[in-house]
Design a protein around this ligand. Structure first.
Ligand code: TIU
Length: 228
């Protein structure tokens, strides 16, 4: 596929789809559905629904155009040995990481709540990055997977904008990956944090990357396919 120019903030971004991957952050039941970690933290999980359809459109288009798709999941080992005390020992006992909730043990790998939502379920060949932290590079093999496939640019979407999306974008930026964040395909429990989080990425000439829309990315994929 060829070079593509995508309208974005703070300026249009030029990318080559053959060295670009779609990175979908933490679209897990624990964050998007009632009874999971997001709700245990006191949030209204319905705010995150806005990101589902744009993520699905990006995912479908990426699959159709054979663009690498990677999914991340935040979660911990069953014995919680990879979870810092400060992350576990907070809030009421029955709502903590590892406690049994309606979707199994909260934020524990292998439990129903830890899984990705059905609408965006990975297919064979799409790597899943299990991460213990907010950032997708911390304590994972994501950097190796990207480097070994020659990926230089990441189209980033998922939840939550100012937490796991932001942390991942910052980590990626420091490692030399160009991040194009799809604003409407991200969401937060706090609409104002979502807005400001996106502005922070694009401010100062794009200090952490670019911010665009799913419409712009979908158009670029469509045009690139025609040219290739
Ligand atoms: N709490 C919150 O907004 N987010 C997280 O804890 N994890 C992610 O963002 N995935």
């Amino acid at each position: 596929m060829s070079q593509s120019l995508i309208p974005a903030n703070p300026e249009a971004v030029s990318l080559d789809w053959s060295s670009t991957a779609l990175l979908i952050i933490d679209m897990q039941r624990d964050f998007l559905e009632a009874g999971g970690f997001g709700e245990a933290l006191g949030n209204d999980v319905s705010f995150l629904q806005a990101a589902v359809e744009p993520c699905l459109q990006l995912l479908s288009a990426a699959r159709e155009r054979h663009v690498l798709v990677l999914h991340t999941r935040e979660g911990h080992r069953a014995d919680l040995s990879d979870a810092p005390d400060l992350k576990v020992n907070r809030g009421p006992l029955h709502q903590r990481i590892g406690a049994v909730g309606p979707m199994g043990r909260i934020l524990v790998r292998g439990e129903p709540g830890h899984d990705l939502i059905a609408a965006l379920y990975p297919i064979a060949g799409e790597p899943i990055i299990d991460k213990p932290g907010k950032g997708a590079f911390y304590a994972t093999d994501l950097q190796a997977l990207l480097t070994n496939r020659g990926i230089k640019t990441l189209i980033v979407c998922g939840v939550t904008t100012e937490v796991c999306v932001h942390t991942t974008v910052r980590e990626a930026n420091d490692r030399g990956f160009r991040c194009v964040v799809v604003g409407d395909a991200c969401a937060s429990y706090f609409p104002e944090f979502h807005e400001v989080g996106l502005r922070m990425i694009a401010a100062q000439g794009g200090i952490f990357g670019w911010v665009t829309s799913s419409k712009a990315v979908l158009h670029s994929l469509k045009v690139s396919l025609k040219k290739s």
